[in-house]
Design a protein around this ligand. Structure first.
Ligand SMILES: [Zn+2]
Length: 109
């Protein structure tokens, strides 16, 4: 069963609600059990949210590598290639962040 803290929003698994919220310290009475639909959204999005986070981190690594490549300044084409890759990685990163934000708004987390 999944339990949601009505104060801070953390969702936890357990037979019963925790005695104390591990995030905000609220007592057990502040937790509500998620219904079947809400539970399905949380479990179905668990892995996809992790994948989005991994892509965000990979894109950030590409941006860092491109900055190093630009700094080395081998020749104009090389610098241009790094700049383009950096811009594309930024879009990938931001798109995944926006998708994660939409998941949160729909209870998919
Ligand atoms: Zn809480």
């Amino acid at each position: 069963m999944l339990w949601k803290c009505t104060v801070c929003g953390i969702v936890l698994e357990g037979e019963e609600a925790p005695a104390v919220c591990p995030k905000c310290g609220s007592p057990k009475e502040k937790f509500v059990a998620l219904d079947e639909e809400a539970t399905g959204k949380v479990y179905n999005s668990d892995r996809t949210n992790d994948i989005h986070m991994d892509i965000i981190n990979l894109a950030a690594a590409i941006i860092d590598l491109c900055a190093e490549g630009v700094e080395l300044d081998l020749d104009p084409d090389c610098v241009s290639t790094f700049e383009k890759a950096s811009n594309e990685a930024w879009v990938i990163k931001q798109r995944c962040k926006a998708e994660l934000a939409s998941h949160m708004g729909k209870g998919k987390w």
